[in-house]
Design a protein around this ligand. Structure first.
Ligand SMILES: Nc1ncnc2c1ncn2[C@@H]1O[C@H](COP(=O)(O)OP(=O)(O)OP(=O)(O)O)[C@@H](O)[C@H]1O
Length: 263
């Protein structure tokens, strides 16, 4: 059975803000199919922003528009048919098998009380295949390593067939090969993507655009090559970034630099 990827979604953040000074108003437009990396130091507001985009938290002000519709005015189920989230928190039902967790991705598409259709089963199978999870299909989720669990959660999002996929630190727990594989896979889904990442080198091969947050404010938004400059890295993270080669940086603390100077 053929299962074409769903149409990628358009995302617009219209002055979205949350909490008392935790996230100041952020606005941006992401065209369908674009991959947005969200960067910032610990506590900068990345997860807070992502929670508004996958409709977990309601913005204090502003709107999150997916395909032009304000998702906070739509039923949760309808939003879940278009927006999937891959989070650092993992399901608590560790007794479920890998295949059962991936099948949860189909829930928003099923009518109430309806069992899984042949199409659902096919999409679950397809997701297990694409993530290389077939050998794990019957294993209880709780017996997997952190990296294997992360791949299962991406598999669940894939089975959900979203137009927009939101990932909070998707490479956490993954070794370098699986980091690259998961990011390549996410890019290859054809969906619009918003992902928070900590690795500044990885983000360069992954994202089209970057949003950089600091202290809950947007420092910069735009194409990666324009945004990710040594000056921006210094302002966002308080570290020195030395260009190395075409698209690489060496990172060091400013304290270390001072020690080198005085040595
Ligand atoms: N419900 C809440 N109540 C109070 N403060 C909160 C709440 N949620 C988040 N914060 C605070 O808001 C700030 C931003 O948190 P957030 O989790 O968005 O940061 P982050 O950029 O994702 O950080 P990290 O890289 O460490 O995951 C932090 O200082 C956090 O303590």
């Amino acid at each position: 059975m053929n299962c074409p990827d769903p149409a990628p979604a358009a995302l617009e953040l219209d002055r979205v803000a949350w909490g008392s000074g935790i996230l100041h108003p952020v606005s941006l437009t992401l065209n369908p199919g674009r991959v947005l990396g969200v960067l910032g130091a610990n506590g900068a507001g990345k997860s807070t922003l992502l929670r508004l985009i996958y409709r977990f938290n309601q913005p204090q002000s502003g709107r999150v528009l997916v395909d032009g519709a304000d998702i906070h005015r739509l039923p949760a189920r309808r939003v879940a048919q278009r927006v999937a989230a891959v989070l650092q928190e993992q399901p608590t039902d560790f007794a479920l098998s890998v295949a059962e967790i991936v099948a949860l991705g189909r829930a928003p598409h099923r009518r109430s009380f309806a069992g899984p259709s042949a199409h659902d089963a096919h999409l679950v199978d397809h997701a297990l295949d694409r993530l290389g999870l077939h050998d794990f299909a019957d294993r209880p989720f709780g017996t997997l390593s952190g990296g294997e669990r992360q791949r299962v959660m991406v598999g669940r999002a894939l089975a959900q067939q979203p137009g927009l996929i939101v990932l909070d630190e998707p490479t956490n727990h993954l070794d370098i090969r699986h980091q690259l594989e998961v990011l390549r896979l996410v890019r290859g889904l054809g969906a619009t993507v918003v992902a928070s990442l900590h690795d500044l080198n990885l983000v360069q091969g992954f994202a089209d655009d970057l949003l950089v947050l600091a202290g809950g404010k947007a420092l910069a938004f735009g194409p990666v090559a324009e945004v990710l400059t040594p000056d921006l890295v210094a302002r966002a993270f308080g570290v020195r970034a030395m260009p190395r080669g075409h698209s690489r940086f060496d990172f060091s603390l400013f304290d270390d630099m001072q020690q080198e100077t005085h040595a």
